[in-house]
Write a protein that binds this ligand. Structure first.
Ligand SMILES: NC(=O)c1ccc[n+]([C@@H]2O[C@H](COP(=O)([O-])OP(=O)(O)OC[C@H]3O[C@@H](n4cnc5c(N)ncnc54)[C@H](O)[C@@H]3O)[C@@H](O)[C@H]2O)c1
Length: 263
C-alpha cells in the first residue's frame, strides 16, 4: 500500500460523489493515508473507473453504485462497506448536484424537488444510516460537503444555495446531538473549485460562441485569483476526519481562497 502517512491506517471510509472532482480527490487522499475506501456514486462506469485507478495505485478501495437520495440504496452502500470490511469509521457525505442557473421564478418545481432530494435528503439519509454505526462503536468522524453557498447568496443559484445552507444546519444540529460522544461531525465549504461542477455552470452562463466556454467566470469573486483544486479540499477533509481534528465539532470549514472573508 502506498501511504504518505499512517494517520488513517486501519480505518474504513465511505465517500459519496466519489466519481466526481472533490469526492474522487478525497477518496484518493483518504486512501493514501491508509484507510480502506468505498467509493459511492450514481454514475456506474465513472465510479468503477475511479476505483480501478486508485486500486492500480495500490489502494484498498471498492466501488458501489447508488443514488444517495434513495433510502434502500443508501442502506445498501452502508451494508456493503460493513460486509466488505466489518466496520465504518469515516464518512465523507459529499454527493450533490448544482441544478440549473436560473432566477427563482423560472425554476421548475420538479427540478427543485430533485435538487433537494439529492443535496438535502441525500445528506440526511447518509447521516441517518452511518451515524448509528459510529455511535455504537463510540468512534468515527463525518464530513458533510457544504459550500461557500452556505455563507453567501448566489443569484440564479438560489435553490442550490438553500440546499448548502441546509447541509450547514444538519452539521451544527447533529454536532449538538453527538457532542459528548467520541464521534465528530463537521462540514467543509469549498469556494470555486476546478471540477466539472463549476465548468457546467460556466458553460451555461457563457455567451453563445464563447470559445473559453466561460472558464474563469467566477475569478473576479476569488481574492486568491485562482480556482481551488479538488486536492486542496481533499486535504481539509482528511484533516477533519483525522484525530488531529479531535476538538473540531460542528464547524463549517471554509476553503475558498478568501471569498467569504473579503466578500
Ligand atoms: N466545485 C465547486 O466549486 C464546489 C464548490 C462548493 C461546493 N461544492 C460541493 O462539492 C461536492 C462535490 O462537487 P464536485 O465539484 O466534485 O462536483 P462533481 O460534479 O465533479 O461531482 C459530484 C459527484 O456527485 C455525483 N452525484 C450527483 N448526484 C448523485 C446522486 N443522486 N447519487 C450519487 N451520486 C451523485 C455525481 O455523479 C458526481 O460524480 C458537492 O457537494 C458540491 O456541491 C463544489
Amino acid at each position: 500500500m502506498s501511504t504518505q502517512s499512517s494517520s488513517l491506517a486501519g480505518k474504513v471510509a465511505i465517500v459519496t460523489g466519489a466519481a466526481g472532482g472533490i469526492g474522487g480527490a478525497s477518496a484518493a487522499e483518504i486512501g493514501r493515508h491508509g484507510a480502506k475506501v468505498l467509493l459511492v456514486d450514481n454514475r456506474d462506469d465513472a465510479v468503477r473507473q475511479k476505483a480501478d485507478e486508485l486500486a492500480a495505485e495500490g489502494l484498498d478501495v471498492a466501488a458501489f453504485t447508488a443514488d444517495v437520495s434513495d433510502v434502500a440504496q443508501v442502506d445498501a452502500y452502508v451494508a456493503d462497506a460493513i460486509a466488505r470490511w466489518g466496520r465504518i469509521d469515516l464518512f465523507h457525505n459529499n454527493a450533490a448536484m448544482e441544478g440549473p442557473f436560473l432566477p427563482i421564478q423560472d425554476y421548475d418545481v420538479d427540478v427543485f424537488d430533485r435538487l433537494v432530494a439529492v443535496n438535502v435528503r441525500g445528506v440526511f439519509l447518509g447521516l441517518r444510516a452511518v451515524l448509528p454505526k459510529l455511535l455504537a462503536q463510540d468512534s468515527g468522524a463525518i464530513v458533510n460537503t457544504s459550500s461557500i453557498a452556505a455563507w453567501v447568496g448566489f443569484g440564479n443559484l438560489a435553490a442550490y444555495t438553500a440546499t448548502k445552507h441546509a447541509v450547514a444546519g444538519f452539521t451544527r444540529a447533529v454536532a449538538a446531538e453527538i457532542a459528548t460522544t467520541n464521534v465528530r461531525v463537521n462540514a467543509v465549504s469549498p469556494g470555486v473549485i476546478e471540477t466539472e461542477f463549476v465548468k457546467r455552470i460556466e458553460r451555461v452562463v457563457a455567451a453563445p460562441g464563447d470559445p473559453t466556454e466561460g472558464h474563469g467566470l467566477f475569478m473576479p469573486s476569488v481574492p486568491k485569483q485562482r480556482y481551488g483544486q479538488p486536492e486542496e479540499i481533499a486535504k481539509v477533509v482528511r484533516f477533519l476526519l483525522s484525530d488531529d481534528a479531535s476538538y473540531v465539532l460542528g464547524a463549517n470549514w471554509l476553503a475558498d481562497g478568501g471569498m467569504q472573508a473579503t466578500g
